[in-house]
Design a protein. Structure first.
Length: 131
């Protein structure tokens, strides 16, 4: 597909299901607003989770991971949801043995998701739902 050709509806390159997101949010304008808000807020939420991991603060980890999980889950990307849900559970159960590896995986997956979301917003002018 050339760079001038709009991406088809359905899965945007990567793991984002554009059709499902448009159904969930009702319009491209609202979806783009949600994405913009997420892209502004996720670095701080990721930092909060990282701080809790570094301090081995189970209660803060459970709380910050729960909040971040809600934001990530909006986009239906299980590869990004899994590590943050696992971190939330680790905090809830005070089982912190694998949190460094989970946080490293979360960072990679969230950066990938965020890159895909930025690409989706950039490509948005040519992508419209079917009537």
């Amino acid at each position: 597909m050339s760079s001038d050709t709009p991406a088809p509806l359905g899965r945007h390159e990567g793991s984002i299901d554009l059709t499902a997101l448009l159904e969930q949010f009702g319009s491209r304008e609202i979806l783009d607003q949600v994405i913009d808000e997420y892209l502004q807020e996720y670095p701080g939420m990721l930092e909060d989770v990282g701080r809790a991991v570094n301090r081995r603060d189970a209660a803060s980890l459970a709380s910050s991971a729960h909040k971040f999980k809600g934001a990530v889950a909006l986009f239906g990307d299980e590869r990004a949801v899994f590590p943050v849900a696992s971190l939330e559970q680790a905090g809830r159960t005070n089982n912190l043995g694998h949190v460094d590896a989970l946080y490293a995986r979360l960072t990679v997956e969230v950066e990938r998701l965020s890159s895909e979301l930025r690409d989706l917003v950039r490509a948005g002018n040519g992508v419209r739902p079917c009537s």
